[in-house]
Design a protein around this ligand. Structure first.
Ligand code: SME
Length: 164
């Protein structure tokens, strides 16, 4: 059984994401299934990262994004490329930090508690195949250290998983 370790409440973001990266590498070791890995990664993040109300994946299926494994309240299933924070991040192939979702044109509200959001695209050989989406009930929850930390976690996911 894999036991997760909660980082200290006084841990810096560098320490938090260092610990998460180490634990995620261990959790995904020896398993290449992209859905199983996304499911366990969502659970690890939701369990150990403070102040989140949603953490999960959307994957490209045909012309748009479709909901993947996640933790949090039920969410919208399909997001067209170019729509909302997720659809914009995948269109631009870049991470997006949104301090106030109400100020983001076209933001898609799945959980009305969400106030800020971070979306990291999953890129394989330059192709955008999905996104990791994090929502927080607090405005301005995510900064550049969070973006870098989650980009590192997504890189571990990409390396571990058979993404075709
Ligand atoms: N807010 C996202 C939609 C997904 S939910 O937050 C889970 C967006 O605007 O793309």
């Amino acid at each position: 059984m894999f036991e997760t370790k909660s980082p200290s409440p006084t841990a810096t973001k560098a320490e938090l994401y260092g610990s998460l990266a180490q634990q995620l590498s261990g959790l995904l070791e020896g398993e290449a299934d992209p859905i199983a890995n996304a499911a366990n990664m969502s659970a690890l993040i939701f369990d150990l990262v403070p102040d989140l109300n949603w953490a999960g994946f959307y994957f490209m299926r045909g012309p748009g994004l479709v909901l993947g494994p996640f933790q949090g309240k039920v969410a919208c299933v399909r997001i067209p490329v170019g729509r909302g924070v997720c659809g914009t991040a995948i269109e631009r192939k870049t991470s997006l930090v949104v301090a106030d979702v109400n100020e983001f044109p076209g933001h898609i509200a799945c959980d009305s508690a969400s106030r800020s959001e971070l979306v990291v695209p999953i890129l394989k050989n330059g192709q955008a195949i999905g996104v990791l989406d994090l929502d927080s009930p607090h405005p301005g929850r995510f900064d550049d250290a969070d973006r870098q930390g989650f980009e590192r976690l997504v890189e571990i996911y990409i390396q571990a998983s058979d993404l075709g």
